[in-house]
Design a protein around this ligand. Structure first.
Ligand SMILES: [Fe+2]
Length: 323
């Protein structure tokens, strides 16, 4: 569907729109200390990588109408470029704020994110998008791919199955990987409004922020026709999000223990009135995560992040939330 390297789409988004999304992200980030009754320094320490607090922040930052507008622009781009007339979003949104000197990253490692292939809905075809919310440069680091001979790539980083490497494994001993990848690294620096796109066969990673913060969003889309061949869980996840995005986000935040985040959705958006009864039924019945300070710093696996979907399967009898 797309070449197996990163492609940059220049000026796809309006830079004003991107800066409003950035502003919304920081509003949400700044409210975490009060909402979770934790110190600013704890927020800083816990909004790294995929901690529970960072996942909460990511889902919160998807609740603004600007976010939906950006998704629409990207889907439209895909409609124009490929033969599929309809595209669905996989509702797993990853905002990343990467700060120089972050404690989770080994100071000797060349990369911030280990080389890997993205996986998505049931291994079908998909496109990954990476949207920088600020300009990227050597100082901020950014998404990169690797110009490796095919045999080296496939031996060191086999494409089939799970990625052999994860961040923890890479950071235990980054040198062998750094030796292979350092000189093969291709950077794709961006201005606000530019978007990077790549497919499942693109081996990619990210370089480290050197002296400036990087802020990015990434997610995936796939042809809507593929939904019918997916597992029940995946089908439920993607159909529910396309039909009721705010219900999906509110329920996910509720299950992650973010009462204030849910409250804000209910107060601010008219769509939440339309879905009110269904939302109430869902929210009152899903289990909530422990949000103690230590839990907020733990890594969350996406399966458990969205485990509430299994719970409402049993609870929504007679109410068609997905097909
Ligand atoms: Fe990735």
């Amino acid at each position: 569907m797309i070449s197996n390297r990163i492609n940059r789409i220049d000026s796809l988004l309006d830079p004003g729109q991107v800066s409003r999304l950035e502003e919304f992200f920081f509003e949400q980030l700044n409210s975490l200390a009060v909402d979770f009754d934790i110190d600013e320094s704890v927020v800083f320490a816990l909004t790294q990588k995929e901690t529970l607090l960072m996942r909460i922040l990511s889902y919160r930052a998807a609740t603004t109408p600007i976010f939906s507008e950006i998704l629409e622009t990207i889907k439209e781009w895909a409609r124009d470029r490929f033969s599929f007339s309809d595209w669905f979003v996989n509702p797993m949104f990853y905002y990343k704020i990467c700060r120089p000197g972050q404690s989770l990253i080994d100071s000797d490692a060349f990369l911030y994110t280990e080389p890997h292939y993205d996986k998505s809905v049931d291994g079908g075809q998909f496109l990954s998008f990476w949207v920088p919310l600020r300009a990227t440069s050597l100082e901020t680091g950014g998404l990169c791919d690797f110009d490796l001979p095919v045999d080296v790539q496939l031996t060191e980083f086999p494409f089939q199955g799970k990625n052999r490497l994860d961040l923890t494994t890479y950071l235990k001993d980054p040198n062998p990987i750094d030796q292979i990848c350092r000189n093969a690294t291709r950077n794709y620096f961006c201005e606000p409004g530019d978007v990077l796109v790549f497919g499942p066969e693109c081996l990619h990673g990210a370089t480290r922020p050197i002296s400036d913060i990087r802020l990015s969003l990434n997610f995936q889309i796939f042809p809507a026709v593929d939904v019918s061949s997916m597992s029940t869980f995946e089908r439920k996840k993607v159909t529910l999000y396309q039909r009721f995005p705010l219900l999906f986000l509110a329920a996910t935040l509720e299950s992650l223990g973010d009462k204030n985040g849910v409250q804000r959705i209910l107060e601010n958006r008219s769509e939440s009135k339309v879905i009110g009864a269904q939302l109430e039924a869902v929210l009152s019945n899903i289990s909530k995560a422990d949000v103690s300070t230590s839990a907020l710093g733990k890594k969350v696996h996406w399966r458990s992040e969205l485990a509430w979907l299994n719970e409402i399967d049993r609870l929504q009898e007679g109410c068609v939330l997905w097909t």
